[in-house]
Design a binder for this molecule. Sequence first.
Ligand code: PBG
Length: 327
Amino acid sequence: MAFFPNTRLRRTRSQPWIRDLVRETHLTPHDLIWTIVVSDSADPIEPVAAMPGTVRMNVAEAAKAARRARDLGIPAIAVFPHIDPALKDGSGTEALNPDGLVMRAVKAMKDAAPEVGIICDVALDPFTDHGHDGVMEKGVILNDATVDLLVQQSLAQVEAGCDVLAPSDMMDGRIGAIRNALEEAGHTDTLILSYAAKYASGFYGPYRSAIGSAKLQGDKKTYQMDPANSDEALREVAMDIEEGADMVMVKPGLPYLDIVTRVKEAFGVPTYAFQVSGEYAMIMAAAQNGWIDGERVMMETLTCFKRAGADGVLTYFAPMAAEILGE
Ligand code: PBG
């Protein structure tokens, strides 16, 4: 390393062409996974109040979104359902319905644009009347009983055409149970993207109103991770890889980039970060107030995920960012 004045680092920043040459991180539409919310509403699209620019879409609109993703070079869509409250119960039975909203949306998207990968959330919270990701008994979320249901939900989603199962529930042992069931059913090519290090976070607030999850009794701290922990994230990831995950995720995104870096360095597996609803809402709210340049901050945050070591980002910004990247 040479020091000043032999080295003047401003030389490699002095013109756009040299900045292009020395850039270490490149963001492309292929790095983006578009998170969408689907619903059975009569309206094709409904705005989500806390997430300006994001909508709930019906199944026909989801099919259009799949074509849009293909045209923008976005490799995959992750789908989250807004379920009619009348269909919810204590154990999230509707999650297993082969003709349920998610299954119909997956079929429509695969028909419209088979080239686009479809990722399904494996979790019960959109379907339970208590808003938790598992079956509850006397206020306790039951691990193994929940895993049995998650396995059934996974198989139903794969039957509908889903390419990637993304368990977001944080029950112990669910990746192994799902992987075994897939092997037994002959679904040897189904990918698993594990929400391996998922934290009990306040950043999920706008999502819960977007999918209309039931008012949560208590909190999710007995299954989602403590934001104060980092070594524990590595143990979670190690277990999920051992159990059969192809790809792992860290969630939320920006406040957890240190976890992304540690996971990528320790395991070298495909590692994704989820820029969650609250992160999206904060950027959009500040932009709408004229306090930040929203587009610029959007692109900056997405680049930072990659710089930290993420192979890609799940984000509500995907189509907006891909449009800018394609210009
Ligand atoms: C639920 C789930 C959540 C999100 C994705 N899947 C919320 C939660 O765990 O309470 C959050 C997504 C977001 O905030 O954008 N299994």
